[in-house]
Design a protein around this ligand. Sequence first.
Ligand code: SF4
Length: 316
Amino acid sequence: MLVRTENLQKFFNIGRNQTLHAVDGISLDIDDNEIMGLVGESGSGKSTFGKTLLGLHDRTGGTAYYNKELLPALFTAQDHLKYSRELQMIFQDPYSSLNPRMTVLDIVGEGLQIHGQHTRQQVKDEVADWLVKVGLNADHMSRYPHEFSGGQRQRIGIARAMIIQPKFVVCDEPISALDVSVQAQVINLLNSLKRSMGLTLLFIAHDLSMVRYVSDRMSVMYLGSLVETGPSDDVFFNPQHPYTQLLIESNPEPDPEVERKRSHIPIKGEITSPVNVQAGCRFADRCPKALSQCRSETPVATEVSEQHSVACHLFS
Ligand code: SF4
C-alpha cells in the first residue's frame, strides 16, 4: 500500500461558531500502482480530501501516510518541496490552474527548476520531451496558456505534474471542464502514463461510469464521508449502499435508445449542509430505506464481500 489515511478530517471555521465538516473521518488505503476512483456529487468533499492529502489544506484531524511515512498535518514550505517530488496534483480547471503570464516552458519546467538539479538547457529538453509525450508540439513551449484549447491546457497541466516523475498523483476532476470529444483522449493519456511510469492515481470525478472505466477500485463519498468502497465493477454493478444505488440509477445510459426507455428514480432533496453536522447517517434525510436508528447512530464501514465495504445500518 502506497497511501493510507485514517480518520482524516478537514474542517473549516466559517465564523459565527459554525464549522464546515468538508472531510469527516476518511479511512482509505490506496495500493501501489492502483487507480483509486473517488466519486460523489458536488459538495461531497472529494477535492478537499485530495488537497488535504497532499498538504494543500492543513489537516484538522486523523493521519495520512505516504510510503509508510506519516505526512505532516501542516505542510511547511520545506515539506512541500520534499513531497512534491513524489506527490503531484492535476487540477480540475485547465483555464485557471495555469498562470496566464508564464510561458508553457516555465509552467511545465517549474518543478525541475524548483528542485534545482537541471540546467536551463536540460529543463528545455525535458519540457520538449514531455510536450511530445502528452501530444503537444514541442515548438509551442514559448507560447502562453491562452493560445491553447481547454484540452491542450489540460495536457500542459498533466505534463507539469508528470515531469517530476511522481509516484502518486491526485487527478481532481481532470476532464469535467473539457468537451466530451476531448475527455476520452485525456483519459487514455492518463492511462498510458500510469502504465509506462508505474503511477498510483487517485481519480476524482462525479461521473460514475467514467470512474468505473478508469479505476481499479472506487469509493463513493457523501457529505465528507465514504459510504461504499470496493472493486469498481463490483460497486458499479452490485451497489449496496442506498446512496450508491440511487447515484447509479440516476446515471444516464450511453445508448440514447436504452436511456429513453429507462425509468429514473431521482435522488430526492439536496445534499444536506455540511455545517455543524449532527450524529447519525448523513444520508438519512434523503434515504428511502432509513431506519429509526439512522438519525441518531453514525453507521460504520462493514465488509459485505471481499474488499467491498459499506457504511450503512442495513448491514451492521
Ligand atoms: Fe439509509 Fe440508514 Fe443506511 Fe443511512 S444508514 S443509508 S439512512 S439505511
